[in-house]
Design a protein. Structure first.
Length: 312
């Protein structure tokens, strides 16, 4: 994009090219809003990292995350939304229109949508990166059904980890929950359900130190934090559930976030700054599923239209 883009004022700039941002871009394009989508990487966001997506309606045989992201991007482009592969570094929330400093220059917008999503927290151990999508996943609901009748392992001790272990117990032949302490942080009712499930066992006081495999994951190496003894565990699938980090660090202080960095919104998905909205995994109360993100993008569009009409 040339110099004219720097001077141009867009009706809407969407930061993040995942399902939430793309859904909003589709609606905005159909509404004939001038729309710019700032995407730091490939269209589709975290979706493209999924080898097979089987729970998105309309694809009974499943679809690759890459293809789904491309299709959404093409649909948004068909209705006039423009995409720029640039990273937003800061936002001047006091200016009207809003000023965004990006790696491609300054962009100005009458309304903004923050749809940058979140990233799973990593263990940071050898093999974790190499076996991602090759037996290692950060989402049991997304990928668990691919491992029917297999031996699975979940890492974590909070509500999400226990919920994922219970979910996988209905699919797998055996589930092992690995936790670094001698007690879980999950709600008591979830702990009771876990204890009552014969297919789930808990490996207390252990941390993973390496992911093992050849072409695909075949096992893990775990260390007892009290004795230092290491054990090799053969598994067919590994699910890491130690939380997510929202991509909200670049937002101005005026945009309120909770203690974990999730953006606070009202029922219209508007933030504490009028004209700035948030949708998808980056906002407080979101559920990490593609269908939810798409719904968020649609709801945010309605709020954005309302804001623009009131501030014409």
């Amino acid at each position: 994009m040339g110099e004219s883009t720097t001077a141009r004022v867009w009706d809407l700039v969407i930061i993040g090219g995942g399902p939430a941002g793309l859904a909003c871009a589709i609606y905005a394009g159909r509404a004939r809003l001038s729309t710019l989508l700032e995407e730091g990487t490939l269209p589709g966001g975290q979706v493209v990292l999924n080898e097979v997506i089987e729970n998105y309606p309309g694809f009974p045989e499943g679809i690759s995350g890459f293809e789904l992201g491309q299709r959404m991007s093409e649909q948004a482009a068909r209705f006039g939304a423009e995409t720029e592969l640039a990273r937003v570094e800061s936002i001047d929330a006091s200016a009207r229109p809003f000023h965004l400093t990006t790696t491609a220059g300054v962009r100005r917008a009458r309304a903004l949508l923050i749809a940058t999503g979140s990233a799973p927290r990593r263990l940071g151990i050898p093999g974790e990166k190499e076996y991602f999508t090759k037996g290692l996943s950060y989402c049991a609901v997304c990928d668990g059904p691919l491992y029917g009748g297999r031996r699975l392992l979940v890492v974590g001790g909070g509500n999400t980890a226990v919920e994922e272990a219970l979910f996988l117990a209905g699919i797998a032949s055996q589930v092992t929950l690995v936790h670094r302490r001698d007690q879980l942080r999950a709600d008591r009712i979830l702990q009771e359900r876990l204890a009552a499930n014969e297919k789930v066992k808990v490996l207390w006081d252990h941390v993973l130190v390496e992911v093992l495999g050849e072409e695909v994951l075949t096992g893990v190496r775990a260390r007892n934090v009290k004795t230092g003894e290491e054990t090799t565990l053969p598994v067919d699938g590994l699910f890491i559930s130690i939380g997510n980090q929202p991509r909200s660090e670049f937002l101005p202080a005026e945009v309120a976030r909770d203690e974990s960095g999730l953006v606070v919104t009202d029922r219209h998905l508007e933030t504490t700054v009028p004209g700035i909205f948030a949708a998808g995994d980056v906002r407080q109360g979101a559920y990490r599923q593609i269908t939810f993100a798409v719904g968020d993008g649609t709801l945010a569009f309605r709020g954005i239209m309302r804001y623009l009409e009131e501030n014409e």
